[in-house]
Design a protein around this ligand. Structure first.
Ligand code: NAD
Ligand code: ZN
Length: 395
C-alpha cells in the first residue's frame, strides 16, 4: 500500500494505491462528513465488479445513503447533454452539499464526475477510483475535468482537485489490451520528460508482452474468491504498483509547480499537439496512445534538426514505442485509411485543420514541447504555418 499527498496552493489530494482496495472503499469515506454518496460507474466496469462495488461502498452503519448510476464510457457520450442528465439524477436523489461524489471508471467517468461534483452546490467533495492505466497515472491526477462541446475535446471544464484518489491496480487485470497500451504511452511520455531511470527500466523491461502471465490475485466477495485473470501486463503486481506510484509522482510534480496550466504543466503536452490532431483526423480510428506515439516521434524528428534532440534518444524512444505496440506501422495505418477512405492529401489537410483549432494556440503560434534526452525538455512557441509545413513533409 502506498500513500501520496498532492498539495497545491488551493487544496490537497490524498492518493492511495493498494491491492484490492475496491472492496474497502467505505473505509475512505468519513461518515461524519457525508449524508450521501453519489457514485458514477463505468457500465462495463459495473458488469464485472458490480457486487464488489456495492459491497465496498455501502456504509456498515447505514450512516449515509448510497446511489449508484452507470455510465457508458465512450468519447461521444462525454457531452454537456449527458452531464445535464446526470445532474437530473443528482437532483432526483436529493443530493446535498454534504454529498460525496465518487467516480469509478476510466478518464471519461472521472472527467464527467469531477465536473458534476465541481458544479453541484458550487462544489462538493469527489473521490476518484480510476480503473484504466491512463486514468491511474494521468487523468485522475491534477484536477482537470470536463466535457467535450461542439466537437471540441474538453472545451467546458474546471481545474479542481479530487479530495481522494483510490487506486486498485488489480482492476487492470480486466482491461482490454489496447486500452492498457494507451496508458503505456503516457508512462513513456513521463519517462521522456522527467525520469531517465524509468526510461532505462522500460527499455530493459517493457510493460506489455504478447504473453500474458497470470500475476494478478483474485477478489474476495462474501467469503468466496472471484476470479479475474485476463490482462496484458508483463509486470508483477508489486512492480506495477511501484510504477504507478512513480508516474503519479511525476505528474504531480508538474501539477504542484503549475496547477492552473500557465507554465511548466504545458510540458505534459509532449507528443500531444500532433497526437490530438492525428487522432481527430483519423476519426478516432487510431487510439489515443497510438496517436501520441506518432506525436512523440514527430516531435523528436523535428527536434533533431531544431533543438539538438539527441539522435540516440530519438531512436531509443521509437524502439520503446514499437516494443509497446504503440507505433502503428505503414500496413496498419493503410488499413485504417482504406477502411475510412482517408486519402493521403485529406489526412494531412485534416491534421493541419485540427492544429488550427488547437485550444493551446495563441494567435498564429503554438507552444511545442521538445525533449533533448530523458529529463530535459524544452517548450518553444512555433509558428503554426511552419508546423503545418513540417506535418505536410512527414505524413
Ligand atoms: N483530466 C485529465 O487530466 C485527463 C488526462 C488524460 C485523459 N483524459 C480523458 O480521459 C479519457 C480517456 O480515458 P481512458 O483512456 O481511461 O478511457 P475510458 O474511460 O474511455 O475507458 C476505456 C475503456 O475501458 C473500459 N474499462 C475501464 N476500466 C476497465 C476495467 N478495469 N476493466 C475492463 N474494462 C474497463 C471502459 O468501459 C472503456 O470501454 C478522454 O476523454 C480524455 O480526454 C483526461
Ligand atoms: Zn494523453
Amino acid at each position: 500500500m502506498k500513500e501520496l499527498l498532492l498539495t497545491t496552493d488551493t487544496s490537497s489530494s490524498k492518493i492511495h494505491i493498494g491491492e484490492k482496495q475496491l472492496q474497502y472503499l467505505r473505509t475512505y469515506i468519513d461518515p461524519s462528513k457525508y449524508d450521501s454518496v453519489f457514485c458514477v460507474v463505468d457500465s462495463s466496469v459495473f458488469n464485472i465488479y458490480g457486487p464488489i462495488i456495492e459491497e465496498g461502498l455501502t456504509s456498515p452503519s447505514g450512516s449515509y445513503d448510497l446511489n449508484i448510476v452507470q455510465f457508458e464510457s465512450k468519447e461521444s457520450n462525454k457531452t454537456f447533454v449527458n452531464l445535464e442528465t446526470l445532474l437530473d439524477k443528482v437532483s432526483d436523489c436529493s443530493c446535498s452539499k454534504s454529498t460525496l461524489f465518487v467516480a469509478i471508471g476510466g478518464g471519461i467517468v472521472c472527467d464527467m464526475t469531477g465536473l458534476l461534483a465541481g458544479l453541484w452546490y458550487r462544489g462538493c467533495d469527489v473521490m476518484y477510483v480510476p480503473t484504466t492505466l491512463l486514468a491511474m497515472v494521468d487523468a485522475s491526477v491534477g484536477g482537470k475535468c470536463g466535457v467535450d462541446f461542439k466537437g471540441h475535446k474538453n472545451q467546458i471544464g474546471l481545474i479542481v482537485q479530487p479530495n481522494q484518489v483510490v487506486i486498485d491496480p488489480v482492476m487492470l487485470g480486466t482491461l482490454p489490451a489496447e486500452v492498457f497500451r494507451d496508458g503505456c504511452a503516457e508512462i513513456i511520455k513521463h519517462a521522456c520528460l522527467a525520469d531517465v531511470d524509468l526510461f532505462e527500466q522500460l527499455k530493459r523491461k517493457p510493460l506489455t508482452t504478447s504473453e500474458y502471465p497470470e500475476t494478478f490475485v483474485t477478489y474476495q466477495l462474501n467469503h468466496e474468491e472471484v476470479l479475474i485473470d485476463v490482462h496484458a501486463c508483463s509486470y508483477t503486481y508489486d512492480e506495477l504498483e511501484e510504477l504507478i506510484t512513480q508516474n503519479i509522482e511525476i505528474k504531480a510534480s508538474f501539477v504542484q509547480a503549475d496547477e492552473f496550466d500557465r507554465g511548466v504543466r504545458a510540458a505534459l503536452n509532449y507528443g500531444h499537439t500532433i497526437g490530438h490532431a492525428f487522432e481527430a483526423a483519423t476519426d478516432m480510428q487510431v487510439s489515443h496512445g497510438e496517436a501520441v506515439a506518432q506525436g512523440i516521434v514527430f516531435a523528436n524528428e523535428y527536434g533533431k534538426s531544431h533543438v539538438f534532440t539527441d539522435p540516440d534518444f530519438a531512436e531509443d524512444t521509437r524502439k520503446l514505442l514499437v516494443a509497446h505496440g504503440l507505433l502503428i506501422n505503414e500496413n496498419k495505418f493503410n488499413v485504417y485509411r482504406k477502411r475510412h477512405r482517408i486519402l493521403k492529401t485529406s489526412l494531412v489537410d485534416d491534421i493541419n485543420s485540427h492544429l488550427s483549432h488547437d485550444k493551446k494556440k495563441s494567435g498564429n503560434e503554438i507552444n511545442f514541447v521538445f525533449v533533448r534526452k530523458p529529463g530535459e525538455y524544452y517548450i518553444e512557441k512555433i509558428d503554426l504555418d511552419f508546423l503545418k509545413r513540417k506535418v505536410r513533409a512527414k505524413f
